[in-house]
Design a protein around this ligand. Structure first.
Ligand code: KIV
Ligand code: ZN
Length: 379
């Protein structure tokens, strides 16, 4: 089985769908162009039937993107599929992404449909989408709360109809790694012709397991991961692109997979999404948070100054962060202080340095210390 994991970015669809994250068409185009620089395989640009704005955004993104596939989401009815195609038809590599819910809860309360009806509709929808493009993905919404046998039956039917990708979403972030992996294994074992299609995973982060679940599924045979920049998305968000990619890169020794992502574009992409949405990532967010490569504790700073790998498992440059930041605060030690003073151009005697360090410690007890504060206390 191939070791390449395809990255399907849904920042502009599932991410943008979350409250407070909406973007204008121009902003979506800027993000899409940056996603292309980042090297994602698929950009899900929106849900064309949802609104005129979404339709236009998918159409414009489809026109400007050249290397990546561009996907548009559609429910299993004709209007959705036709509208999705209308928006995607100018794309170099279009993909129609058809979805319907398959769990008893969703089928009963939301769709008010019997399982056989859902299956029949899915096949019809996929056939209609295939009449426009051979690149069709089918998602079984709420797959992880669906009856696994029914899930295999519906996947079997759409695979037979000719889809390229089947997606197994953990829509409500309910599954756990072992359970999700065994569901993927069951699908691989029971669906005939599965070797001709890509199994995709799409995890939400309600229990903080989106990355762990996605990777467990990859280990079990999935080869497309759906994710978003900064992990934005419905409720607690989607699996975060930067975590998936850097986990696969940093622990290649354990997993052995690779992606087509230029990891040096991760931080610039994260910053762009933050700037556009106006919503900052939490400082301790893995990979892209302000503190992800910052060291404040004296022992840590001393270690990093002697040898970065003491406390850094990734190089900041590899994700596009200029360099690791040593934050000066009350936990900082003499070594970090001396280096900062030196880098600011001061050449203090040992005695002057000790005096400045003593004053710095007193100040750091009250607040974070910036370069201006150090200049003031040296003066
Ligand atoms: O979470 C979900 O199930 C989705 C589907 C539309 C893929 O976003
Ligand atoms: Zn989702």
């Amino acid at each position: 089985m191939a070791d390449r994991v395809y990255i399907f970015d849904t920042t502009l669809r599932d991410g943008e769908q979350a409250p407070g994250f909406s973007m204008t068409i121009e902003e979506k185009i800027r993000v899409a162009q940056q996603l292309e620089r980042l090297g994602v395989d698929v950009i899900e640009a929106g849900f064309p039937i949802a609104s005129e704005g979404d339709f236009e955004a998918v159409r414009e993104v489809a026109k400007v993107v050249t290397n990546c596939e561009v996907a548009g989401l559609a429910r299993t009815n004709d209007e959705d599929i036709d509208r999705a195609w209308e928006a995607l038809k100018d794309a170099k590599k279009p993909r129609i992404h058809v979805f319907i819910a398959t769990s008893p809860i969703h089928m009963k309360h939301k769709l008010r449909m019997e399982p056989d009806e859902v299956l029949e509709r899915s096949v019809k929808a996929v056939e209609r989408a295939l009449s426009y493009t051979e690149n069709v993905e089918f998602s079984a919404e709420d797959a992880t709360r669906s009856d696994p046998d029914f899930l295999c039956r519906i996947f079997q039917a759409v695979v037979k109809a000719g889809v390229k990708v089947i997606n197994v979403p953990d829509t409500v972030g309910y599954t756990v790694p072992e359970e999700y992996a065994s569901l993927i294994r069951k699908i691989r074992t029971e669906v005939e012709g599965i070797d001709r299609v890509i199994i995709s995973v799409h995890c939400h982060n309600d229990l903080g397991l989106a990355t762990a679940n996605s990777i467990a599924a990859v280990k079990a045979g999935a080869r497309q991961v759906e994710c978003t920049v900064n992990g934005i998305g419905e409720r607690a968000g989607n699996a975060s692109l930067e975590e998936i990619v850097m986990l696969l890169k940093t622990r290649k020794d354990v997993y052995g997979y690779y992606t087509g992502i230029d990891t040096r574009q991760i931080y610039p992409t994260s910053r762009l999404v933050t700037q556009i949405t106006g919503i900052a990532v939490q400082p301790n967010k893995a990979i892209v948070g302000a503190n992800a490569f910052a060291h404040e504790a004296g022992i840590h700073q001393d270690g990093v100054l002697k040898e970065k790998s003491t406390y850094e498992i990734m190089k900041p440059e590899d994700v596009g962060v200029p360099s690791s930041a040593l934050v000066l605060g009350k936990h900082s030690g003499r070594h970090a202080f001396r280096e900062r003073v030196k880098s600011m151009g001061y050449n203090l005697t040992e005695e002057q340095l000790q005096e400045a360090f003593r004053k710095f410690k007193a100040l750091a007890d009250k607040k974070e210390v910036y370069d201006e504060d150090i200049e003031a206390l040296i003066a």
